[in-house]
Design a protein around this ligand. Structure first.
Ligand SMILES: Cc1cc2nc3c(=O)[nH]c(=O)nc-3n(C[C@H](O)[C@H](O)[C@H](O)COP(=O)(O)O)c2cc1C
Length: 345
């Protein structure tokens, strides 16, 4: 596919995702099934609750990751700048969207060391698709993605459903795991693997951990559905019908987090996919996540300004702090043991 077509496709994605009704999964992420037991005697100072967390050895002020988002050439530069400046201000982590277009064309979309200059202290994560790793310059692309941003790590995204329902998708996925293991061996920074909204199962997570992947991001179902997004932009009714049948496909985020934490007690685990607010984030941490990611929810602010992104995440942080307060949790370690309503404990 021509690069201008790739960029147009990404622009379509932004427009569809900004219209949440069109882009959202037909199943829920699973947060409603989990309710904390309210604590009317917290014996805590709300302002003194410690939300700090660690990702790749770097301390975050709150356990939050701005999840990877690419956009078309026209809008990406501003979106990335707003997100990076907000992440720096708040002390949270940021993953950029796929760097494929920026590395393979002259249009860098702001995915350069300038981004690192704007956010010198954050955990900044590069991003490349698993399908691109299979191309003959795949390993080189992975190295260049990290180098372009002086990133702390590389995210590899697994999106087989999206590729399968996308008219121009990459459909030969033989050899992906072996290639991920090669990338792990050849890079000097850690590798993170995520889905894009259909979730990772415990057995896939185990294979990835065995291949040396250091961080798993479930990117589960219940938020952005790439089947729905691709269905919206399908060029004909047959392609649309194939894609839309999968708009309720995937492992709900809450189930994926729980299953992976049970299978891999020590793996660094990110919960994302359908995280709407700080209460969802608290539930994800209670289920075993170390860090919580959000993509689409941050996009409207990102199209506006740095301040809008800061305000958006400040609300999430206040919600998370209040969830800690009302469960009597002084920090995230305590939140992990917060009592649930009797029917769910
Ligand atoms: C506009 C947009 C673009 C995205 N582009 C990428 C990408 O380039 N690479 C990637 O790993 N994930 C990408 N994602 C997927 C997100 O990182 C995330 O896994 C998914 O949207 C589920 O999270 P959410 O429900 O909070 O949106 C994108 C998401 C959105 C909304």
């Amino acid at each position: 596919m021509k690069n201008s077509d790739l960029s147009r496709r990404k622009d379509d994605h932004l427009d569809i995702v900004l219209d949440r009704y069109k882009a959202t999964s037909r199943i829920s992420a699973g947060w409603a099934q989990l309710q904390f037991e309210h604590c009317a005697l917290p014996e805590l100072d709300h302002g003194a609750i410690d939300l700090r967390a660690t990702l790749l050895g770097v301390e975050l002020q709150a356990p939050l990751l701005i999840s990877s988002m690419t956009g078309g050439a026209n809008r990406s530069e501003a979106i990335n700048r707003h997100l990076a400046e907000a992440a720096q201000e708040l002390g949270i982590a940021m993953g950029v969207g796929s760097q494929r277009v920026s590395l393979q064309t002259g249009n860098d979309q702001g995915l350069t060391r300038e981004l690192r200059r704007l956010a010198p202290d954050i955990v900044l994560l590069s991003n490349i698709g698993a399908a691109q790793l299979l191309e003959k310059d795949g390993l080189d692309l992975a190295r260049r993605a990290v180098d372009a941003l002086q990133a702390n790590g590389l995210i590899i995204h697994l999106n087989p459903l999206q590729e399968a329902v996308q008219a121009e998708g990459d459909r030969n996925w033989r050899g992906v795991l072996t290639q991920i293991a090669r990338v792990v061996d050849s890079l000097e920074v850690p590798v993170i693997v995520k889905e894009v909204g259909a979730g990772l199962s415990a057995s896939v997570a185990r294979s990835l951990a065995e291949a040396g992947v250091q961080v798993i991001d479930v990117a589960g179902a219940g938020g952005t559905s790439w089947a729905a997004v691709e269905g919206e932009r399908a060029a004909n009714t047959a392609d649309r019908a194939v894609a839309m049948a999968f708009s309720d496909w995937g492992i709900p985020t809450a189930s994926a987090v729980q299953a992976i934490r049970n299978a891999l007690p020590d793996v660094a685990l990110i919960a994302s996919g359908g995280v709407r607010d700080g209460v969802d984030a608290a539930k994800a941490i209670r289920l075993g996540a170390d860090i919580v990611g959000q993509a689409a929810g941050a996009l409207p602010g990102a199209t506006l300004s740095t301040e809008a992104v800061i305000e958006h995440f400040q609300i999430i942080i206040r919600q998370l702090r209040t969830a800690c307060f009302c469960t009597g949790s002084a920090n995230l370690a305590a939140l992990r043991h917060a009592p649930l309503l009797a029917s769910q404990a």
